[in-house]
Design a protein around this ligand. Sequence first.
Ligand code: HEC
Ligand code: HEC
Ligand code: HEC
Ligand code: HEC
Length: 412
Amino acid sequence: MEKDRRSRRRTGHLAAPGIRSVLLAACVIAANLGGGAVAQAPKIADELRTLSANSADIADGKRLAQSICAPCHGADGVSQKEGVPHLAGQRAPYLYLELRAYQTGLRGATPMRNTVTALNNEALVKVAAYFASLDPPPSSTANVAVADALKDGEAAAASCGGCHGEAGITKTAGFPSLVGLDPKYLVTSMKMYRSGQRKSDLMTAMVANLADSALNNIALFYALQKPAPAQSPAAGDRAAGQAAATPCAGCHGDTGASGNPDIPSLAGQDATYLATAMLAYRQGARTDETMKGMVAALDEATIKNLSAWYAAQEPKAPVNVRKPLSAEEWAQRCDRCHGTNGNSTDPRLPALAGQRFDYLDAVLKDYRGRMRKNPQMAAMSDVLSDGDIRNLAAYYSRQKAKAVMFIAIPSK
Ligand code: HEC
Ligand code: HEC
Ligand code: HEC
Ligand code: HEC
């Protein structure tokens, strides 16, 4: 295991030439031992100099930390303040790099910007080495409620089944099924009811008080139910309907299963609802210009036939909709860079284990919103929902933080 990690490090993903050369020229081993840091390597980058700080440097760093940093970060680097990260036991090169990022403005306008402007490079190296040398913070025992989008969606959808059928498969003519539809389409249509852009007093009342997050969860719940055709009657000439459906296939799919998240699937949908919807476009109650044009010339018999044909087609699950990952499943992806259980063994990457929940939660949103800029974390955070972020922040704050000792052994 340890050996594994070591060999990965040597061939690793570190991008900057400065560190790579050090790692290739030296065998850096990481051990889960408390406390100090030792390193020897010629001409190393500033951030790696933090690893060769001696006890006098650390004592200097301590004086600085106690006079300037302690009011916010705690004298022992364990923060008691909301939004202020623990620094104790964090990787020293990472701390240094972040201090530089505040100085250069790369990392946004926070209380940190003013604090570090006056400090010279030596001071940054020493204070980073000092905080890294401290015992890591205790793991959080706070009981943060787990966000579960699917469960929340199911609970919020409890009031919908009476009309839309249990698990979204309708039994009642005129009420659409909600299965087989892309979450994006479902959310858009619910928002249109909420804003009154799409007219249905029933539906406006149903969604009026639902927050966006609830709409997203409901849509996810229905999109993940197994689709089946509506269990409601469909009268009409299917063969004639099939013939009339030729111009629709380009958008709605050959048999009514759309692959486009913005275009609803029609396969297996309640026939009465499909006919009502087409009439609503024709009469202007539904305002989509494309659909208005598509149905303008259709007579009532053709609308009925089209509806009967689509209702008889096999509905399909929307493409690319997957069950959300649990925090543990996400964490496996994060740990590739941040180390096992968030205990980074890469000197430039932050440990996440034991960090404050509120800080992790805020910082992940900062990456996602690009307030904090880093290409790797931008890509990772883009796909995280608020619930995922909350769960990951809670997960990592509960992990046991381990100090890491980096030793650079000169190559022969
Ligand atoms: C006025 C309160 C305050 C003071 C004083 C302060 N900090 Fe901070 N520090 C913060 C806050 C708030 C953040 C989080 C800001 C953010 O999200 O970017 C932070 C973040 C940091 C980070 C980034 C940590 C990480 O995990 O990315 C480092 C490193 C840091 N501070 C070091 C220091 C050092 C060293 C000092 C003393 C020289 C210091 N801070 C003084 C409030 C303070
Ligand atoms: C009292 C019956 C009723 C209840 C309860 C109800 N709906 Fe509806 N829903 C309808 C009707 C009727 C329509 C069709 C309205 C129209 O013609 O635009 C509809 C349409 C929809 C549509 C649009 C489907 C499409 O293919 O465009 C969505 C999405 C939807 N409902 C979601 C929900 C959700 C989510 C709930 C529960 C929070 C819910 N509905 C509760 C009656 C109901
Ligand atoms: C150029 C693309 C395009 C073509 C071609 C097209 N549609 Fe549509 N259709 C859409 C879009 C986009 C929507 C969703 C519009 C909205 O939000 O109201 C839609 C919605 C619908 C709906 C409402 C579904 C629901 O769940 O509420 C029906 C029914 C429908 N189309 C039937 C047809 C039929 C029948 C044809 C062929 C005669 C056709 N469409 C051709 C793009 C198209
Ligand atoms: C490809 C490597 C990589 C992966 C995978 C990755 N990260 Fe990161 N992460 C980084 C880098 C590099 C930084 C430092 C960026 C900076 O300086 O802002 C970072 C920083 C962070 C920080 C800031 C820590 C602090 O103390 O301020 C958090 C929180 C974080 N990552 C969480 C995650 C989570 C959660 C995941 C999984 C969803 C993840 N990371 C996956 C590379 C990665």
